[in-house]
Design a protein around this ligand. Sequence first.
Ligand code: HEM
Length: 451
Amino acid sequence: MPSDFIPVGAPVHRRILSRLETAMVARRNVLEIIPALSYRQPIVSGEMVMRWHMLADPAGMKRVMLDHHSNYPKSEVMKRMLRPAIGESLFNAEGPNWKWQRQAVAPVFTHRNVVALAPAMTATAERTCARLAKCTAQAELVTEMLTATFDVICDVALSGREHFDSETFGQAITEYFRTAGRASLLDFLAVPEWFPRPGRLLAARSVQVMHSMVAAAIEARRRDAHPPADDLLARMLAAQDPETGHRLSAEDLIFNMQFFIVAGHETTALALAWALYLLANVPVEQEQARQQARDQLQGRAAGPDDLIHMPLVRQILEEAMRLYPPVGLLARSVVEKDTLCGRTILPGEILFLPIWALHRHELLWEQPERFRPDRFGAGASAGINKYQYLPFGAGPRVCVAANFAMMQAQIILATVLQNFEFAPGAPSPHPIMMMTVRPEPGVFLQVSRAS
Ligand code: HEM
């Protein structure tokens, strides 16, 4: 019997907000700038300093992300927010500078290499269970999941974490998101970059903390007589542009590693925390998933070969990322005049891709506000257009580590579910997007040993 639980959504404004209102709202929660119409129309347009469009249509998404992607580079507003922390590293770079960095990094995430990384994922799942076993009342699951995924990314990026104190690094990330991560009024008003931004000054401190830890790890690697051959840092140190012979400068290296470490664990941890929030509210589905995990795992922690036998665990994560895509909104610039969903798009305008609204669109999803993992079941998922479900983006800029993230999330979720039961705690979470869609003030759940 389907439960009548309705997962928490974001506030929706029925009218188009004024320029000042938008800027204020965006500082609080980027999801609130998505107008109500975006949940039921393919495209919505408005004006705020510059003309903007919000596209939530599969064919339009395909054109922007794949067929005509060079006409839609990443937006300057977003790059400005990220530049102090990640410079012109892979995520922010464009053109040939992006291409060679992507080619250097992609081999780390081939299926074969990701499977080879799975023991680190299994080990982190076991440690997470050991931590949860000590918990006597309710636990805060965002912190738990961040600890779990941080361990894994340190292995992948640096083959270890001797130079990282996860607590200090974690606090710096949170501070960075809360300061620089807020879409600044000045950014929205297109005030030039040299103009001092108060948030950025505060953020500089957290960036410095993170960068100095990353720099220490890189320095230690350079001195290491027997360095690991195939982690991300080894690949980046060896990377060379085949056409120009260009190598990553010391600064580029820090920027790239910084991005990988932050993006590589924050997003996956959020997907897991949201999935647990959802499951805690639907005990019947939670028990079904637990039973499937138990039948397959028989008490041991999950590994890569188990995943195919636990489809419910994957479906739950997919549905959690539909309702709460960790990257809820992307923004692109426009190079040349184009037409999207019948609307003229001009150079200089800004194009928002509200993944959040696409995933909750009334024209695309049946009961979009409901948690229904069966949408992603073997038969049903065939009806989902590839461009109506985009937690990892699409086209050439698609997440380079999507398969790594999915494997890690499934291994952790299956292992944890096998051993523990989750019930709602207090306070309840609300989705707030700064750079990622975080549950605030956290995901508080009652955790008990599964009977
Ligand atoms: C559930 C987890 C994750 C989600 C939802 C996610 C989402 C995304 C999205 C939506 C993009 C495309 C952005 C755009 O088109 O503007 C992206 C790009 C990227 N992601 Fe992820 N990501 C996840 C995990 C990871 C992990 C684990 C890593 C690294 C270990 C990573 C590294 C990257 C990189 C480097 C890019 C830029 C690729 C490029 O521009 O060529 N992501 N991610």
